[in-house]
Write a protein that binds this ligand. Structure first.
Ligand code: ZN
Length: 242
């Protein structure tokens, strides 16, 4: 949590208070992955050029200290889950799928919902995703009251992206919305994992099969070349590399 503060209305509890400079994507990850030697350089893999994001990560005054601490509990859990892989079991199954179990469903899901929510409340250019006021309020209430919902509440799919057979876990990019392949979706590519979220609380095009449920989380493994929407986005960023 940054020590710099500003007075205003907290986006989560809606109370007037001193606000912290909150990261849109978790600071713990950015710190963990940060390597000053590779800040702002281009990573070249085969014919794909990735521009590494500036490694401090986007941040803005969004939450009071209490709410920042509240959300940090989920962030800490995700770090434990994703980086330390504590107490979870990972099993590769057929058809390029990974079966994950043993996680804390509530913390994991609330963390992911909180990232989606943060993109909806930030005013930072290129990091903001417009959600309807009703959906934004549903998300805020879920996070404030620790209610993760079931797989079909803001459903999402997860893709572990591979480039030349490896997962590039230090790469993240700004979220973007799309109506392909499903209407009203938000794509978030965070640390080598692509999340395809519904922008609406209910979206019947998503099924339980490849979602995060209380029992299991099925992630698709995809070569980046099989995900044209991501490839297109990365290439469009790199056009602007001056
Ligand atoms: Zn607050």
């Amino acid at each position: 949590m940054s020590k710099k503060r500003k007075f205003g209305k907290c986006n989560l509890c809606l109370k007037e208070n001193w606000l912290c400079k909150s990261h849109i994507y978790p600071k713990a990850f950015v710190n963990h992955l940060r390597d000053k030697k590779v800040d702002n350089i281009f990573l070249v893999l085969s014919d794909i050029i990735l521009k590494k994001s500036k490694q401090d990560g986007p941040k803005e005054y969004l939450l009071c200290e209490k709410c920042e601490t509240h959300i940090k509990l989920y962030e800490d859990y995700y770090k434990e889950f994703f980086i330390d892989k504590k107490n979870i079991s990972l099993k590769q199954i057929e058809n390029g799928l990974i079966h994950i179990s043993g996680y804390n469903y509530k913390k994991l899901r609330l963390f992911l919902l909180s990232v989606l929510w943060r993109t909806s409340i930030t005013s930072l250019e290129n990091w903001h995703i417009e959600l309807s006021t009703i959906d934004q309020e549903l998300l805020r209430n879920a996070i404030l009251n620790d209610i993760p919902g079931s797989y079909d509440f803001f459903p999402f799919y997860t893709f572990l992206i591979q480039i030349d057979g490896h997962n590039e876990s230090s790469f993240f990019m700004n979220p973007f919305d799309s109506n392909v392949p499903i209407d009203n979706c938000v794509f978030m590519y965070i640390f080598g994992v692509l999340y395809m979220f519904s922008k609406t609380s209910i979206n019947e095009r998503f099924t339980q099969l490849n979602s995060l449920t209380r029992e299991k989380w099925i992630c698709n493994i995809k070569n980046i070349k099989e995900v044209p929407i991501l490839l297109e986005k990365i290439k469009s960023i790199n056009i602007d590399k001056s």
